[in-house]
Design a protein. Structure first.
Length: 990
């Protein structure tokens, strides 16, 4: 928006080169004969309204309506260097809008058709009476070209095409004889917009060395090796511009035809893995308003994937409702792998560029890590952010422009002579930052008579908005409070609740977009440059910030399902720490991820009046989040704080919370003695109240597992009896604990009796007798494990698909369930490689070593069931390394016996004996070992060792009989004997 009237730009006799857009309706007379005049008026009003809106959106001017013809000018009153591009974009948008109007008219057998032409040429502007006019031969040429344009097509003159030929696709040249002109004019039909998958700066200076380094890394990249290059540097330093120049450069390589996938990550996102979805969609040319078959055809043409993968991607991208993260993760991983494989023999690798990579969500980071960890073909990843992400294999830091480069940029941005003091001020203030130089030069260009310049870059940005009236300027400042993006309705809400004029919002947003401050996409706005946004935001008084954040938080709470993370941000910025604590307390714990940790820390830091128990609970949650995501050291800091608070307050209940946390931590880490000690202390310290009663039940369950795993079976039974005394013996808590106990002891039938319950599915059927999905998920996993131990493959095939729906972000469980299902399908003669792929995906996403060991053991077991010892060995060795590092015996024995079987199978008996001796050490010290592993141990001892054969045989006979009784089915026992080497080993006992 400008405070100067438009007439200041329209002086009589001014000569100006403009782009003229003519569009004329075909068959208007015939249409008028078919319809009532009021209907014609209604249709034409819609046409004219759409035309005006589209033209003005491109900062053009509707010059006139001549009957059913529409004329617009780009370059009056405001000149832009890309006026021809704006004119073509407006024409394409207008024809698109007419297609939508025709969809409505088709029911009545009607259709509107237009011929459109664009010409760039010299005109004069001036006033005739009260009207502004544009005159000149260029207007006549545009009018004549329109008559030669195809129906529902666009014809562009040579002069217009030359200035935007990189932005659009054009058809073959046509020589057009224009009435009143002696020479023919060359014109081109517009085919469509050129795909511009990445930003490219028109003016780029310097950086030859870093561009050379980046190019060298790309040229040397082999699809057989992972590569993730981080381009780092301060805000505005030119990371995006460097990437764009690099991509422009590689596209000129002889034989280059590999895909370039580009997207910008956003701090908050509408769907998980959003940047990857946008990158693929942009590259494949998918359109949100296109028919699904058209998009699917484009996608399948672009990348060699199965139809169901294409359907899943389009559902993820354009489907209604929230996207399933796990399914989306799998779909995108397949597409990336397919692209890399498809082009692995190409001269150059596929390029994946993620700008602002620090804003990648956790699944996005995991997807990159997973892709880089696979043994399939690799894409060349290029990430831009202020700092290098941990997964980067190489880092290139973009330096500031040196003095010569900065002067060159100033000269190219400001070709006219510049006063030496002004240039010196720019050089001193900008310190080689290209974005800041651009903003300073823009300030000079727009204020040529100004004798002063802002001293800081923040002042540059603030001064750049002084052109707006105060109400509009204040609106812009308020909008910086939104974290990511906002809708026009959000802006109206903010205006209304700050007693401001809401009538200015629509026009102001359009102006902000046209002036390059905002980006408009999908009905929402966001700031183009984060540095600009931060500078304006920082100018707000702290008092005003708090009020604005509170207003936005109030608006979000009106929503049925507000974005919890964004709401937390606004509550904390509004210093409503108690409300933030309440939000965290009520959030389902299983849906909290590591992104919540900074907000929990902020609440803990600032909510001084937080009740003691709530503070302890938040510390508990923070510690659990960090622990579950592998940040053990940081988790221990919270634990230490809990202990310190407990001692300071002399609070037994707080100390109980700390001991409770330590019980779970030590159980998972295999420190069963410590788990027992802390569990007993927690039980003693928890008060006798309803809340603590639930905590005690959980501790008793943990203690029972701990005692069983260290071989104290009777003690575990006593603890389970104590648990039943605290809760309903038939409650889910007791059933889960007893079911786990039965499964660990090898009593599969009893385990199934306790854990097999009716679970509510997402479609609401059958009805559920469990209200807590966490209980449901854990019970389903125990049930699946019991079926697995019995080799009941049909039951696994029936149970697991429904169970997968309950396990959200529990990646260890999802890995295990997919591994079980893959083996079950294989045994039933319907192998599905995608299930193993899913299991591997989830394995990679497990954040802590303890869950990873359990998942590795399950995956190794499943692969041995599927007769894939090579793949099984890879996971067995990974698991053993972790198990030995953490001294965890539970799964270590399983993995050791897997290695015995694998080594013996390939004839490496020396290695088999080594792993057998290692397993024997744990067994001799009374460590827990499931019965199947003990069967394998004694069987292989008979085969490979020279020890007491009679002892091993007698134990083997007894164990096989116990296993047969536990399986309790001749048919299933036969399946068990056919799996792995169980049959061969069982034969040793006969």
């Amino acid at each position: 928006m400008t405070t100067q009237p438009d007439t200041d730009s329209l002086r009589d006799g001014e000569r100006r080169t403009v782009s003229i857009l003519f569009s004329d309706m075909h068959g208007f007379s015939a249409l008028s004969e078919q319809l009532d005049p009021e209907e014609i008026d209604s249709i034409m009003s819609r046409v004219f309204g759409a035309y005006r809106e589209i033209v003005e959106r491109q900062d053009g001017t509707v010059e006139k309506y001549i009957g059913d013809a529409l004329v617009a000018v780009f370059g009056v009153p405001h000149v832009h260097e890309d006026d021809p591009e704006r004119a073509v974009n407006a024409a394409l948008d207008f024809l698109g809008e007419m297609n939508r109007l025709n969809s409505d008219l088709a029911r009545r057998g009607l259709k509107l058709q237009f011929r459109t032409a664009i010409h760039t040429g010299l005109v004069t502007t001036g006033n005739r009476g009260a009207h502004r006019v544009v005159t000149g031969h260029a207007m006549s040429i545009a009018s004549r070209l329109e008559q030669l344009a195809p129906l529902n097509g666009i014809l562009v003159s040579q002069s217009a095409k030359e200035q935007c030929e990189n932005d659009f696709y054009f058809g073959p040249a046509r020589d057009c004889q224009i009435k009143g002109s002696q020479e023919a004019i060359t014109a081109y039909p517009v085919v469509g917009r050129a795909q511009r998958p990445y930003p490219s700066e028109a003016i780029f200076c310097g950086r030859p060395n870093i561009l050379k380094q980046l190019t060298a890394r790309y040229v040397k990249h082999s699809p057989a090796s992972p590569a993730c290059v981080a381009v780092t540097g301060d805000a505005g330093i030119g990371k995006t511009a460097l990437m764009g120049r690099f991509l422009d450069h590689v596209r000129t390589f002889p034989g280059f035809h590999s895909p370039i996938l580009y997207a910008r990550a956003r701090r908050f996102h509408s769907r998980p893995l959003e940047a990857f979805g946008e990158a693929i969609a942009n590259w494949a040319g998918l359109q949100p308003d296109a028919a699904e078959p058209d998009n699917q055809r484009r996608l399948l043409h672009a990348v060699q994937i199965e139809h169901d993968t294409a359907e899943a991607f389009l559902q993820y991208l354009y489907g209604s409702g929230s996207a399933d993260t796990n399914r989306s993760f799998s779909t995108l991983a397949r597409i990336l792998a397919a692209l890399a494989h498809q082009y692995k023999e190409a001269p150059y690798s596929v390029i994946l560029c993620i700008d602002d990579a620090g804003y990648l969500d956790q699944p996005g980071r995991e997807l990159l890590q997973y892709h880089m960890s696979t043994d399939t073909a690799q894409v060349f990843c290029l990430l831009a952010d202020r700092t290098a992400p941990p997964l980067a294999t190489d880092t290139l830091t973009v330096p500031p422009l040196d003095s010569q480069e900065a002067h060159e940029l100033i000269d190219r941005l400001h070709p006219d002579p510049m006063d030496a003091p002004v240039r010196s001020r720019i050089m001193q203030a900008c310190q080689g930052n290209p974005l800041f130089i651009r903003e300073f030069v823009r300030f000079v260009r727009e204020h040529p008579d100004s004798s002063q310049l802002p001293f800081t870059v923040q002042n540059i940005f603030l001064s750049s908005i002084d052109r707006y009236p105060a109400p509009v300027r204040n609106l812009l400042k308020k909008l910086t409070v939104f974290v990511l993006n906002f809708t026009p309705e959000d802006a109206l809400f903010l205006q209304e609740h700050t007693n401001s004029d809401h009538s200015i919002v629509t026009q102001a947003l359009q102006d902000f977009e046209q002036h390059g401050l905002l980006i408009h996409s999908g009905g929402s706005y966001s700031f183009r440059h984060s540095a600009f946004k931060k500078a304006v935001y920082d100018s707000l008084l702290h008092h005003n910030r708090r009020i604005l954040h509170r207003i936005i938080a109030d608006r979000m709470r009106e929503s049925a399902q507000p974005h919890t993370l964004r709401l937390l941000h606004h509550l904390i910025a509004a210093e409503q720490h108690s409300e933030a604590a309440e939000l965290l307390a009520n959030a389902p714990q299983r849906f909290l991820n590591l992104e919540y940790e900074p907000y929990i820390s902020a609440v803990l830091q600032h909510a001084q009046s937080l009740p003691h128990r709530e503070r302890i609970q938040l510390l508990f949650t923070r510690s659990a989040l960090l622990f579950n995501n592998g940040q053990i050291t940081q988790a221990e800091h919270s634990l230490h704080e809990i202990i310190a608070l407990a001692l300071e307050q002399r609070s037994a209940s707080s100390l109980a919370t700390a001991c409770h946390l330590l019980t779970g931590y030590n159980l998972k880490s295999g420190a069963y003695d410590k788990a027992y000690l802390n569990g007993c202390k927690a039980l003693r310290s928890y008060p006798d109240d309803p809340v603590s009663r639930g905590h005690k039940q959980n501790v008793l369950g943990l203690l029972a597992s701990s005692e069983l795993l260290r071989g104290h079976i009777q003690a575990a039974e006593y603890l389970l009896k104590d648990l039943a005394g605290l809760a309903d013996p038939d409650s889910m808590t007791v059933r889960r604990a007893r079911g786990e106990h039965a499964l660990l002891q090898g009593d599969y039938t009893r385990a199934l009796q306790l854990t097999s319950v009716q679970i509510e599915h997402r479609d609401g059927s059958p009805a559920s007798d469990i209200s807590d999905r966490d209980f449901a998920a854990s019970l389903q996993l125990l049930t699946a494990s019991a079926y697995w131990q019995r080799c009941d493959y049909p039951a696994i095939r029936q149970l697991v698909p429904g169970a997968l729906e309950l396990h959200g972000g529990l990646f260890a469980a999802l890995c295990t369930l997919h591994a079980y299902l893959a083996a079950a399908e294989w045994h039933e003669g319907q192998p599905d490689p995608r299930l193993l792929e899913q299991a591997r995906l989830y394995l990679y996403r497990i954040s802590n070593d303890f869950d990873r060991i359990a998942a590795l053991a399950a995956l190794c077991d499943a692969l041995l069931h599927m007769q894939e010892p090579g793949s099984a060995e890879e996971y067995a060795r990974q698991g053993l390394a972790l198990g030995l590092h953490h001294s965890i015996s539970q799964h270590t024995t399983t993995l050791q016996m897997a290695m015995v079987e694998i080594c013996d199978h390939r004839g490496d008996q020396d290695s088999a004996r080594f792993f057998l001796q290692e397993a024997g050490f744990l067994l001799d010290h009374g460590m827990y070992c499931q019965r199947k592993d003990r069967i394998l141990y004694h069987g292989y001892s008979l085969r490979l060792m020279a020890g007491d054969a009679h002892l091993h045989r007698s134990r083997l006979v007894s164990l096989v009989e116990e296993e047969q009784a536990a399986i309790a089915s001749d048919e299933l026992f036969s399946c068990w004997r056919s799996a792995r080497s169980y049959g061969m080993i069982a034969g040793e006992s006969e």
